[in-house]
Design a protein around this ligand. Structure first.
Ligand code: F6R
Length: 642
């Protein structure tokens, strides 16, 4: 449930935390005499924003002598140690960043800030700049030099080149012009030695809020960045540039036209602010899913519009010769693999096996140099999957990782990597990482279809266009979640729930059951709907709740009809049927106690929508029982033991 004022639009995306500060020397908020001014404010903000990214962190301050900065890979504590070892000159203007890597691993070099204009400009960034490869090529031609692998350094170099050209050495104007050239999702903050006391920022498809103080102003990815100092905030609109000084806040669009933001009062406490106003990280992460899927789709094409992977240490020729895919993963990630199987087999005409990592090693699996092992792991550290990967590698298999944690062990030991861009997942039970994994697996299927020539470029484009519509459709499911929450509240004393699905709905059913077990400690099982008559139907008795994930009636006729008859079979035996179906599927109404509709989408992509009501149901029911949904009993986020 949401707290009083509810979460605010545009403040929910995770992936990097950003803070900016401009204060008068006499007004550095909340800092006791003898404090360090901007640095203290920025570090406090980063501490609050660390949940948004924790693989590296950095700060830059504007001093009378120029820009000084420190950045360090690893947790914020590493930056704190670095600052203690090499202190910065006191300052009243600064920016800070806590990173969740997308482009480039979590190294000191790739950490933000990135400098340009001979060290006179410092930039930090949250998001993904889709056309960074083209921009980088142009900037390299023009003589720019790069020391990192990041898209952020490209934005910094672009800003610097505009600043010295059409931008007339005006930082705000240069930011507007730079943003006109950038594609994708970004929040950018910049300071320049020519503009003391000033931070210029911009946003597109990525969050940024302004905090209003007395003689000082703040910028943050969300209000938790400055909640210790002020509760007056301004939400920026899409495609806006904001310039803050200690006494002024000026907003324009990307073309310099004055704009206004929406002022609001923050009535959350600091803990709620980190959760974007939600009661739990789980709830926030369920609501982050449009962004997680959208970001995972961003920046995947090269200059010729062909799909690319993040890291490829194996030749496309070798990938072409693959004759079998073996997905290795555990838990929710394995269910993502099962969804992927349907899509990859269909698109690439390649056999796909999905195996639990811990089972794989203890039989005699048949893998060789023509096998592509796809290791799916949110954390990239799951010991069972890591060991399975090492074993498969010894047998000569090529390894491709789908992972949410840049630079973690599994992608490091793999031949190719496709990162999910869900941002850090804090709640122990996986939600947004699952949808991002499915999205990445679809991208992998399309990539393989592209290099193997199974699909024409136009067909791939059409599927990508369908995928691009999914984030908005997930949002619709989230916006219509009131009914499923009510049902969860009503069912809080239920002792057992079954889940049925067929085709891609089967892994969705198993994921729905797993979420309910993990969060609400209720007996729950997911079955293939066709398997029912082979045994599980004996479980059905009067009042037994059964969720049924129904395939689209627009897809293969037989599939829909079969599931509808499964519903009839269990209903006739007293089951209370709760159906997840596609909008317009009126046929199911007659057999369902409750129907929850999701928007129309191609059958293979449907799990990205049908999973969401099941996550919401589990989260709401567990909350109604008074359980801690972020840290369910007996579970750990990253299972680093076998
Ligand atoms: C369930 C869940 C787990 C993980 C599994 C694998 O909600 O989170 O089942 O999916 O432990 O973890 P990763 O993906 O980090 O390898």
């Amino acid at each position: 449930m949401l707290s009083a004022s509810g979460p605010r639009a545009g403040t929910l995306s995770a992936m990097c935390g950003i803070i900016g500060y401009a204060g008068r020397p006499d007004a550095v908020a909340g800092i006791s005499a003898g404090g360090h001014g901007a640095l203290d404010v920025v570090m406090e903000g980063l501490r609050r924003l660390e949940y948004r990214g924790y693989d590296s962190a950095g700060v830059a301050v504007l001093t009378p002598l120029g820009i000084e900065y420190r950045k360090k890979s690893g947790k914020l504590a590493n930056l704190v140690a670095e600052l203690a070892a090499a202190p910065l000159t006191p300052a009243t203007t600064g920016i800070g960043h806590t990173r969740w890597a997308t482009h480039g691993g979590p190294t000191d070099e790739n950490a933000h800030p990135h400098l340009a204009d001979n060290g006179r400009l410092a930039v930090i960034h949250n998001g993904i700049i889709e056309n960074f490869a083209e921009l980088k090529a142009e900037l390299l031609d023009a003589g720019a030099e790069f020391v990192s692998e990041t898209d952020t350094e490209v934005a910094a170099a672009l800003l610097a080149s505009i600043y010295r050209g059409d931008g007339d050495a005006d930082l705000a104007k240069s930011m507007q012009l730079a943003c006109q050239q950038l594609e994708g999702a970004f929040t950018l903050l910049a300071v320049h030695t020519d503009s003391p006391g000033t931070v210029v920022a911009a946003r597109r498809n990525s969050p940024l809020v302004v905090g209003l103080g007395e003689g000082e102003n703040f910028l943050g990815s969300d209000v938790s960045g400055f909640i210790d100092f002020t509760r007056r905030a301004v939400e920026l609109g899409q495609d806006q540039v904001v310039t803050i000084t200690p006494d002024t806040v000026a907003i324009t669009d990307f073309y310099g036209e004055p704009a206004v933001g929406t002022e609001f009062h923050v009535n959350w406490d600091a803990a709620a602010a980190e959760k974007g106003g939600y009661d739990s990280f789980m709830e926030k992460e369920i609501n982050d899913q449009p962004q997680a899927v959208g970001d995972t789709l961003l920046g995947r094409s090269d200059v010729d519009g062909r799909l690319t992977l993040d890291e490829l240490r194996v030749s496309p020729e070798e990938l072409k010769n693959v004759n079998k895919i073996m997905v290795l993963a555990c838990g929710t990630s394995a269910y993502a693999g099962q969804v992927a199987k349907y899509a990859i087999e269909h698109w690439c005409r390649l056999p796909v096996e999905v195996e639990l990592s811990h089972e794989f090693r203890y039989r005699d699996p048949i893998v060789d140099s023509n096998t592509l092992v796809v290791a799916i792991s949110q954390s990239g550290e799951t010991m069972d999957t890591l060991m399975a990967v090492r074993y498969a590698k010894e047998q000569g298999a090529k390894i491709l990782a789908i992972c949410n944690t840049n630079g973690s062990t599994i992608p490091r030991e793999s031949d190719a990597v496709l990162y999910t861009h869900a941002g850090p997942e804090i709640a122990v039970a996986s939600t947004k990482a699952f949808l991002a994994q499915i999205t990445a697996a679809y991208l992998l299927g399309l990539y393989l279809a592209q290099i193997r020539g199974n699909k024409f470029q136009g067909e791939i484009k059409d599927i990508l266009a369908d995928l691009a519509k999914v984030p908005d459709k997930i949002q619709q499911v989230l916006d219509n979640s009131g009914q499923i929450k009510e049902l969860a509240q009503l069912m809080k004393d239920t002792r057992s729930v079954l889940f049925l699905g067929r085709h891609v709905g089967f892994p969705v059913a198993m994921e729905g059951a797993l979420k309910l077990k993990e969060l609400a400690y209720i007996h729950a099982e997911g079955f293939a709907a066709g398997e029912l008559k082979h045994g599980p139907i004996a479980l059905i008795e009067e009042g037994q709740p059964v969720f049924v994930v129904v395939p689209s009636p627009r897809g293969r006729d037989s599939l829909h009809a079969k599931v509808v008859s499964n519903i009839q079979e269990i209903r006739a035996r007293g089951a209370k049927t709760i159906v997840i179906a596609e909008e317009g599927d009126d046929a199911v109404k007659a057999y369902a106690e409750h129907v929850f509709y999701v928007p129309e989408t191609p059958t293979l992509l449907a799990p990205l929508l049908t999973t969401v009501p099941l996550q919401i149901f589990a989260c709401e029911l567990a909350s109604a029982k008074g359980f801690d949904v972020d840290q369910p009993r007996n579970l750990a986020k990253s299972v680093t033991v076998e």
